[in-house]
Each structure stands twice: as C-alpha cells, then as structure tokens.
Design a protein around this ligand. Sequence first.
Ligand SMILES: [Zn+2]
Length: 543
Amino acid sequence: MLKRFAARVLLLSLALALSSAAQQEEKIDYDMITKIRYEGFRNSKVMEIASGLMDGIGPRLTGSPNMKRANDWTREKLAEFGLANAHLEAWSPFGRGWSNEYVNVRMVTPDVAPLLVYAKAWTPGTNGAVRAEVMRVIVRTPQDIAKYQGKLAGKIVLVGDDAEVKPSVEPLSERYDDKSLAALGQYQVPAERNDPRFREFMQRFRLQRELNKFLEGEKVVASIDHSRGAIGGGTVFVQQGGSYKTGQTSTVPQLTMAVEHWDRIARLLAQKIPVELELNVKNNFYDDATTQYDTLAEIPGTDKKDELVMLGAHLDSWHAGTGATDNGAGTVVMMEAVRILKALGVQPRRTIRIGLWSGEEEGLLGSQWYVMHHFGERPESKDPERKGDPTLLRRENGPVTLKSEQKKVSVYFNVDNGTGKIRGIYLQENAAVQLIFESWMKPFADLGMNTLSMRNTGGTDHLSFDAVGIPGFQFIQDPVEYETRTHHSNMDVYDRLQPDDLKQMAVIVASFVYQAAMRDQMFPRKPIEKELPPAPPANDGGN
Ligand SMILES: [Zn+2]
C-alpha cells in the first residue's frame, strides 16, 4: 500500500501524463479558435438568420407548405454563404400535409367571451362558424367510453382531467449550476428494456385513439382539451390530434385551449350551467405531401475530401408558435457555424456537411431516412402498423446492414435542446472520445463549457447516426425556458431566443466541426447496438 503522499504524487503524474498525451494527440489550432470567436461574436448573423426563419417563414410542421418553404430558403441561404452542393434530398413516405388558416372560438352562453385556443395538427376545421352546447367527457379507461354511447351527437365535448393552475414558485427560466452539471456528469446504468414506461405510453396512446374513433362515430361537433402543465398564463402546449398518415387522420375538429379558459367552462358545467360555444376553424390538408425533404450543403474538403464531418439539426417544428427554440435555435446555430467557417475561408481536410432534417417531431423521420439511404439500415418491420415507417431506431426489426459510405463519416454533431448555451457534451457511452472532447472544450471554459457526461442522451437526430455506428453527439445545454414555456407551445417564438447563447453555441460548434475536419484520425467508434430479441409477452391488464 502506498503512503498518502506517494499516492498523491503518483496520481498527479498520472494526470499529467494523461493530459500531455491528450495534448500531444489533440492539436488545437488556437489561431483558428481566435478567428472563429471574433467572427462569431463580432460579426454574428445568427439573429438575422433566426428572424428570416421564424418571422419570415414561421412554423414548419412537416408536410405543410411552410416546411417546403423552409427547405428552399435554407438551401438558398447556405448557397449564399458560399457552401457547395446545397440541395434538397427527398424521403418518403410521410403522410398528409396540414396547416391552420384560422381559429376563432368564443363562449356565447352564459356569457360572451373570446377564448384562447389552437387547432391540433392533422384535424379538420368546422366549415364556417358553428354553435353548439358543450358536454364534459371523462375517459380514463376503455370501459368509461361506453357510458357516453348515443349521448354526444351535435355536442362540443370537453375532454381531459381537471386542470389546476398554480403560481410558479420555481423560476420559469433555469441555468445549470455546478451541482446540476456534476449530477449530469454521473452515469446511470440503463435498463436493457424500457418496457413498463413504453407499455404505459402505448396504453395511453391506444386509449386516445379509441376515444377519437368513438367521438367520430358519435358525430360530435368538436373536442377540446386543455394545455398541459399547471403554469398556464397564456402558454398553450399543442401538438397533433391523431395520425398524420393518409387514411388515418381525424374526422373530428380537435382543439387545445388555454388551461384557465378550459377550467371556466368545466366549472360551469359542474354546476349544471349550460355552456354554448361558437367555433370557427379553417384547416387545410395537402395530399401531395408524401414526399418530404432534408436540406444538405457542404464545405468541400482537401486531402481527405472523401471523408465527412457532419453537423445537423431538425428544421421542422410544431405549429402553434414559430418553432424558435424547437428547433429553430439548433437550425440557425448550425447555419451560423458553417457561415463562420466559410467567412474565414477555411480549407478543411475532410468535407464538412450540414443536414437540416424534417419529420423529427414525428419520430426522427428525416434523419432516419437520410441515414438509411446513405449509411446503413435495418430490415422492414413485421408490425403492420409500422408499414412505411423507417426502421433504423427499432432494434427488434433486425441487425443493421452497413453501406460503404458509413466508413467515411468521422462524426456527427447535433443541437436540439432549445436556446440555452452549451455547457458540455454527452459522450453517448463512447469512452474513447473523452480525451478528445476534454481538450477541445478547454478553450471554451470561459464561456461555461466544462462538462462531459458518458450518458446516452436521446430524443433527437444524433440517434439515427448512432444507430449505424457513426459517432453522433448532442451538446448539453442550459434549459432556460424550454420545459416551462417554449417546448411545443404557442410561445415558442423569436422573442424567447437568447442571442448571446446562440452566438456561444455557433462558436463552439464551428470550432468542434473544424477540429474534427482537421484531425489526423477519424473519430473512435463504439460497437453498433445488436438486434433486440422479441419482448416477452406482456400483460396489459386489459386497459
Ligand atoms: Zn420537439
């Protein structure tokens, strides 16, 4: 056993040996970092790009005309920045396109009052103004549905559980402190399967689908649920009302209402006071939306030009806001990062390729199809409900078959966690990249980036790359108002973007991408996840 002092000397020399080995291996181009910082902080165009996308184009629901406009606009912008080969790549099948043109809902009995409400995506409108009585429907199990049989025709139904509005005691905006970053840095051993949570999710999904079918059969005028969360205050979280797939979209108009307004109606109904609403909703379906597009562009490489360093973000969004933090932020940060590199006239060794994906909100569709067309795929799903869906992220579909291009991609970087600045990076369980990122992030300690986490973070497009064995990474970002206010809400708009955070992100991404493009070796890889054997039969409990 070593004495304490001796142990300390040994540890210290080990640490020095490690860090000098890392420094030796990771050549940092500090001159270039100085230039990137200058261009990104003194000549930033990130808010100009943001206004073009969020104000000029607006929400970008996959399949909507705005989505295609955003694809064309980003392609033109990237070409204007001087990138080569700016183009759109098609993927299919998607489903139906949809947009909301008009929504006006007011109470007409027992009082006259305008109400804050949004149409749920992929639901129809009302064919002009309609007035009808409101009826509350509470369904928690499939058995609950039967008691409403034959009672709902011609009614507007108020669906969902009671909502309680509370003043927020926590700040709505949050930045990570040292304690929360240290916690993020701790690895959590994952379960092999997430069956209980997945089953719960599927049960809720099936119940919702059953209820929608029932309401269609009952010929209700419309259904109205309320926004999630207890904070309210004008923020309405709203997504889809059923499937986007052709032949499966809802035939009942569906709306999501601000929680305070929904609560007023619910209280009146509980007191047996009749409530009548007037609805006027105009939604458009587009049946030429089966083919969707990703936007791609490149900065060509030099001596290693056949090899790729990729960066990307999803360009699509939900429809009630303008998709500013989800994921306009990631989009404009990636665009600004390549703009900075072009403005500095870099001559990267590897080709740098940017990808702006569509269909992320519906299941990482655009990035999955891109990866399946270029890098590797899994066999078709045997599940009839998943016919036509990309198969890459479903390990139960079978093993991955690689394409030759897969070997040529060194690394993929993704940004999709809102407007908050970068505080670190998730290593995605790839221990071999730790020393690389440790040295790359050192020049950004003054900007708040200092955390590495081995965790396998999910929920966005780097997973599509990870699935075929391409090192794919997502940065750790400050939450700011992501969960409390902007994520999938009507308030996800330009004003909620934090300019200094976006500049910081673009500078760091530009630097990481540049270092990866100049590095002697490709990124170290981890093994591809194996096929998942079939799940043991589960007892759903009949609900
Ligand atoms: Zn999202």
